[in-house]
Write a protein that binds this ligand. Structure first.
Ligand SMILES: Nc1ncnc2c1ncn2[C@@H]1O[C@H](COP(=O)(O)OP(=O)(O)OP(=O)(O)O)[C@@H](O)[C@H]1O
Ligand SMILES: O=P(O)(O)OC[C@H]1O[C@H](OP(=O)(O)OP(=O)(O)O)[C@H](O)[C@@H]1O
Ligand SMILES: [Mg+2]
Length: 286
């Protein structure tokens, strides 16, 4: 039984599973998805409570943020990192935040003040470890709006930083870095058949995620130019080189980060490369 996150991770999760080779279908308002793999069954639940149901064994494994595993204090196996979220494929941070104009400079300045957050337990522990006593209240979300009128500071998640900028907020400290993870129930992890299936899912999801940032490239180039092109383009390292029927030319094939392609193509062209093609990838297994 697999736990899928309802909410901001939902769409990206279904896309990633599709790329990994698992088609998950869902009818609107139904939290029971359909799977094209007869060995799989699952449910959608909120990312915030996923780790509890994995810990207690309703789910053998599930996807959620590291932050909610920590906040809930759940005793689960963190099988692998899957660094994706709603908007980007980078890690996010839970940060202590105040209005730009606030006099608060460090956590110590929060003594006796009020703080709103979705992660009450994480925030209490953080204050305690800094020897600060402050009033921490639970926020259901839209937390940015609460400072400075309702509370003195907030602990909120930041990904792109857009919400902080839009609300003229300043970061005082970072409490926790987080990203999406595949987590597993401890007993399920000890069961060889279940573990094998969870490891297969982890392998395929990781391969699909790795492939998102990469592309394949193929090109033909004069054999005398190969050495200088490889020197100039470190991203091209370890290409597959195959001879062509035209004896002076070879074919190069390589997997590279997509972001370097826009610099590679003009350089390759300047060295006389021909027939340059770029293609997307579904999975990359190192
Ligand atoms: N803007 C964001 N950028 C990156 N990751 C995010 C963002 N919002 C949420 N997450 C991550 O997604 C997971 C679920 O997020 P969250 O607890 O905010 O629920 P949600 O699905 O966003 O629901 P809601 O829309 O009600 O806030 C968390 O692990 C969190 O770290
Ligand atoms: O740095 P950014 O890319 O702007 O992302 C951060 C925002 O995303 C989350 O909000 P969410 O959409 O989950 O709404 P919520 O505040 O209601 O939880 C988080 O609570 C921040 O508000
Ligand atoms: Mg949220």
């Amino acid at each position: 039984m697999l736990g899928l996150p309802k909410g901001s991770l939902e769409e990206a999760t279904l896309k990633l599973f599709a790329k990994a080779g698992f088609k998950i279908t869902k009818s609107s308002r139904s939290y029971r998805p359909g799977f094209d793999d007869p060995e799989l069954d699952g449910r959608f639940i909120r990312a915030q409570e996923m780790s509890r149901y994995v810990e207690h064994g309703f789910f053998d494994c599930g996807l959620t943020g590291h932050d909610w595993v920590v906040e809930n204090g759940s005793d689960v196996v963190e099988v692998c990192d899957l660094i994706y979220s709603r908007a980007s494929n980078v890690k996010s941070k839970w940060v202590l935040v105040v209005p730009e104009a606030s006099s608060v400079q460090t956590v110590k300045d929060l003594e006796g003040k009020r703080i709103a957050t979705e992660v009450v337990s994480l925030t209490r522990k953080y204050l305690e470890s800094n020897g600060v006593t402050a009033d921490v209240e639970f926020s259901w979300g839209a937390t940015e709006v609460k400072v400075p009128d309702m509370v003195d500071a907030i602990v909120d998640l930041t990904e792109t930083g857009n919400s902080l900028r839009a609300n003229k907020l300043r970061i005082v400290d970072v409490l926790l870095e987080t990203n999406t993870k595949l987590i597993a129930n401890k007993q399920a992890w000890e069961d060889p058949a279940k573990r094998a299936k969870i490891e297969t899912i982890a392998l395929l999801l990781t391969a699909a995620l790795t492939a998102e940032a990469k592309v394949g490239m193929k090109l033909n180039i004069h054999k005398d130019k190969v050495a200088e092109v490889l020197k100039e383009l470190p991203a091209l390292r370890n290409p597959t080189i195959s001879p062509l029927t035209n004896g002076d030319f070879v074919a190069l094939e390589v997997i590279v980060d997509e972001k370097v392609v826009r610099e590679m193509i003009p350089t390759l062209k300047a060295h006389g490369a021909e027939g340059i093609i770029e293609y997307p990838l579904n999975k990359v297994v190192p």
